[in-house]
Ligand binder design. Sequence first.
Ligand code: UDX
Length: 439
Amino acid sequence: MKIAVAGTGYVGLVTGVCLAENGHSVTCVDIDDRKVALMKAGVSPIYEPGLEELMVSNMERLDFTTDYKGAYRNADVIFIGVGTPEKSDGSANLSYVYGVAEQIAASIEKDCVVVVKSTVPIGTNDKIEGLIKSNLKNNVNVYVASNPEFLAQGTAVRDTLHTSRIVIGVEDKIPGNILKEVYNNFNAPIVVTNRKSAEMIKYASNDFLALKISFINEIANLCEIIGANIEDVAHGMGYDNRIGNKFLNAGIGYGGSCFPKDTKALHWLANFHDYELRTVKAAIDVNENQKLKLIKKSRKYFDSLKGLNVAVLGLTFKPGTDDLREAPTLVNIPLMLEDGANVKAWDPVGIENFKKVHPEDVTYCYSIEETLKDADICFIFTEWDQVKHFDLTNYSKLMKNPIVIDGRNCYDLESVKDATMVYDSIGRETIHNLEVSLI
Ligand code: UDX
C-alpha cells in the first residue's frame, strides 16, 4: 500500500519505518530540510534503539521529503504523527495537526484514509474530518480514522512491531477494512470502535498508567514514614494479576512527552465539560510534588546546597532516550543552582540536549567517576545501566562526602549495607554507613 506519514518525531518516524518493515511503500514528510537530509542518508534524527538499523534495512521502501503535496497526492493512507504539545493552560496544542489536515485537503487527488496517530483530545478526529472535507481541492472521498499509538521511548520499535493492541476508531466500514489491511502482517488483537472511543482509549490508558505511578509514589512516601519497604510492597501487590507487577516502580515521578501532557489534557477537557476528573488531578498533583523529593531529602544533610559540589547522575526523563521533555532534572537543577551549588552532571546521551537549556552554569562530565570527584552530595535522577552497575565502593573513594540520594532505587539495600556511604532512596530505609555522622 502507498502510505504517507506526516511528522518524523518518535511517533511518525517509528510508524513509517515499521510500516515499511511490513512491506508498505512509505513516504515520511517533515518540514525540516536538515532532518529530511539526514534521514535520506540513513541517519535517524532521534535516538531510539533499533530505529536506524530498521530504517537502513528498509530504505528501498522508504522515502523522506519536505514536499507534502507530492507525498499526499496519490497516497492510499496518510498517517498524521505530528506533535500535540501542551499549551500553558494544560490543553493540547492542535495547530500542527490541523495544519497537516489543511495540507492534506489541498493535496489529495484520489480517495484516501487519513489516520490520526497523534494523541488528540476526544472529538478532534471529527474536527479534522470537517476541516479536510471543507478544504478539499479535488472531488475525492476522504475517511478519517483514529489509530492511537502505544509506544514508549526507548522501546518504540519493539512496541510498534509487537504492539499490545491495534485500536481503530472509525465511523464507517471502508476505512476500518483499509486499516486492517495496513496492519495485516501485525500479530496483535484489533479493537474497532467509534472515533471518540479510540481517542479516549489512548488518554485513559496513559492517564491510568500515570495514576498507577503516582499511587505507588504516595505509598512509597508513606513507607518511608512508617518504616516499610516499597519494593517489597510492590512485589507483594504485583502477584495479584488484577494489579499486575508493571509500572509499580516508585521514584521521582513520571516525565516524558506523554504522561504529563496527557494527564493535563484530559483533566482540562473534563473541566471544559464541567466535570472534575479527581483521580487524574490527584495523579498530577502527586507527581509535581514527587519531582522535588530529592532536594527535600537533601535538607536532611545540608541546610542549603550553597557552595557544595553536587553530582547529578542522569539528566533524561528515563534511560534509553536523549529526550528531556518534563525530565525532573529540568526543575531540580535550576533549584540547585539557585541555592548556589556547583553542579556537575553526567548522562550517556542527554548532555547535548541539556546544554541547550543550561549551556554554561552546569559542568558536564563524560564519566560517572569525573562527576563524583570531590562531590559533597550525589543525586541520581535516571536509572541508566552505567549507574546501576557502578561499583558502590567508588562513591566513598571519589566523593568528599559519600551521600547518595537516589530517585530511582538503583541499588539493592543489601549491597549498599557493605559500602561506606549514606544511601537515601525512595520508599526504603536510609542506609547510613559513615563513621562520622553528617546528620
Ligand atoms: C509512555 C507510555 O508508556 C506509552 O505507552 C505511551 O504511548 C507514551 O507514554 P514513555 O513516556 O516513553 O511512554 O515512557 P514510560 O516508559 O512509560 O515512562 C514514563 C515515565 O514514567 C518515566 O519518567 C518513567 O521513569 C516513569 N515511570 C515508569 C515510573 O516512575 N515508574 C514506573 O513504574 C514506570
